[in-house]
Design a protein around this ligand. Structure first.
Ligand SMILES: [Zn+2]
Length: 114
């Protein structure tokens, strides 16, 4: 049995952190466009941030956007009860792996080795 609630907590903690980072980075940017984007985000629900930022931010924000996507996708999987299963073989992903990265999508045998 996968302890989804435990990982959900991990996910939400990191989500909060990543969203905070995004907002801080945008607010402190010298780019006027980023400033107004930060204001837009402030007025909107965090669930919509991804949609609002994805198309407007350049490659310097790629890492943070990708992480936001991964985290939101994993939270969504918890919601629909499909969290913690490998997207290739559909086996359970071991909890050690999920503890190390709660957004892991593949089990250790399916993860492409780098
Ligand atoms: Zn697998």
């Amino acid at each position: 049995m996968i302890n989804a609630q435990h990982h959900l907590q991990q996910l939400n903690t990191e989500l909060k952190h990543v969203r905070h980072c995004l907002l801080t980075t945008l607010s402190s940017s010298s780019n006027q466009l980023h400033h107004s984007l930060a204001e837009t985000l402030h007025k909107n629900n965090p669930e919509q941030w991804l949609e609002l930022t994805q198309k407007q931010l350049g490659s310097e924000y790629k890492d943070i956007i990708v992480r936001l996507e991964q985290l939101e996708a994993a939270v969504c999987q918890v919601d629909i009860g499909q969290y913690g299963y490998c997207c290739d073989c559909e086996e359970k992903i071991d909890s050690q792996r999920l503890n190390a990265d709660p957004t892991a999508q593949r089990c250790s045998s399916c993860e492409p080795r780098s």
